[in-house]
Every structure is written in C-alpha cells, then in structure tokens.
Design a protein around this ligand. Structure first.
Ligand code: GLP
Length: 235
C-alpha cells in the first residue's frame, strides 16, 4: 500500500484525477469503478477540466458506480445517478451505454443486484477502482459487519450514514444497493481518497489497525495494489 499525503484537497483531487487519466491513456478501454460522496467532487471537477483540455478521452471507457440508495428516483437530488450525471456523465464523452449504476427505481431490488453483478462480471476486471471512506469505515455502502465475500447486494444503512446524506432518518431511503467487498477487492488497482480532520481517525484504523469487518476498509491492507491519497487533515 502506498500512501501519499497531499498539501490540500485540490492537490489530492488533481492527483487522483491524474491516476484516472493515466489509466485511460495506457488503456482507453479501461473499466473504472467510481465513487460518490463529498470527497471525490474535486476529482470529478479536475477530470472534466482535463477532458475539456483534451488530456483525457472517455470514449471507449466503461464505468461502474459503487452504489445507490434504495428506493430512490433517478432524478432525486440525493440520488447517486443524479450526482454522476451532473458531475461526470453529461460533461465528458462517456457513452451512456457504458455507464453503469445500480437502479434505485428497480421494482425488485434483489433482481437488480443480480443484474448489476452480471454486468460487472461481463465487463471483466475493474482496472481502477476509486474509493472514498465513510467515518465508520464503510467502502461503497458496505457497513461495519459486512461479509468479506459479499457481492452486489441490498444493505441496510446505519442511521448515521442516512443522516449524513439526508439530514434526517424519516421518510428517506434507509437501504442501498452496493457492490460487495469481493467486487471491490477484485479490482486490479484501487485508489482510496480521504479528506478532512473527520476522516483522520478512521483512516488510521483502516490502514494501520487490525483487519476487521468492523472497519470494512481495513480489508484493503490485503490488496496488492492500493494507493491512498490523503490531504494533511485526514493524515
Ligand atoms: C458515501 C458513499 C461512499 C463514500 C462515503 C464517504 O455515501 N456510499 O462510496 O465513499 O459515503 O462519503 P464522503 O466522501 O461524503 O465522506
């Protein structure tokens, strides 16, 4: 595991965007695993800028998002589909048919999990998986206690996780469809990013503490190719 401490959020965002652009330069048909949340917003801004400067080309790439709330309308402002459309899909030359994200409107969530898992396996290995980390150590929406062998599944979210997104726990989705730990660990390379003082504790537990299901991100210690980008506060 390589750990890079960046001076600030901007530098961290640039360095992770550069990882993605290098990946696409070496292999234009790359399969990218993508994350949402506050942390990668800067990375997406940098990527869009690089695309506009013709530094990066997404025309042959495929993307798989880690997760989506369930149930949620695609155009709900909290949906990850909406997040991705605004921040990346509508801004670069990714082909819509190559952008995969679990469907929060699916009638049958378990079938949707199976469909997503199938799409993932048909696409072959994820070349580069981008990950954030929750304050409780979650990766994707794999909350503490998750099975290491999990694949795409419907999960219950911790109240704290729901509150962080929606500011309340009532009348909002308390479930999500998430790629499993096994899917994430199957990626060829992983880049984890974390920013801010609030992540300092969990970053230390994940990277230096025991490998435990109580801190799902701690499993990354066993992956052979992980790069961690932190800003000073998170480090
Ligand atoms: C989100 C996502 C995760 C993300 C994490 C941290 O809701 N499901 O993929 O990494 O929680 O989010 P943030 O970057 O906002 O702290």
């Amino acid at each position: 595991m390589e750990i890079f401490v960046c001076d600030n959020y901007e530098e961290m965002s640039f360095k992770v965007a550069r990882e993605i652009s290098r990946q696409l330069t070496v292999k234009p048909t790359s399969v990218l695993g993508l994350a949402t949340g506050e942390t990668p917003k800067g990375m997406y801004r940098k990527l869009v800028k690089m695309y506009k400067q013709k530094i990066v080309d997404f025309s042959e790439a495929k993307t798989f998002n880690l997760d989506e709330f369930y149930p949620i309308k695609r155009d709900n402002k909290h949906s990850f589909k909406n997040y991705m459309q605004k921040r990346l899909f509508e801004e670069v030359n990714l082909r819509p048919k190559n952008c995969f994200i679990p469907d929060g409107e699916a009638e049958n969530p378990n079938k949707e999990c199976q469909r997503y898992e199938k799409e993932l396996s048909h696409s072959g290995q994820i070349d580069l998986q981008v990950l954030g980390i929750g304050e409780n150590g979650h990766i994707g929406f794999n909350e503490p206690g998750v099975e290491w062998s999990s694949v795409t599944q419907l999960v219950e979210l911790e109240d704290k996780t729901v509150k962080k997104e929606f500011n309340t726990t009532s009348g909002v989705p308390n479930k999500a469809i998430t790629m499993g730990v096994k899917d994430i660990m199957g990626a060829n390379r992983i880049v984890l990013l974390a920013s801010g003082e609030g992540k300092k504790n969990v970053v230390e537990r994940a990277l230096k503490g025991p490998i435990t299901q109580e801190v799902p991100a701690s499993i990354l210690q066993l992956h052979p190719k992980v790069k961690v980008y932190l800003d000073k506060e998170a480090a």
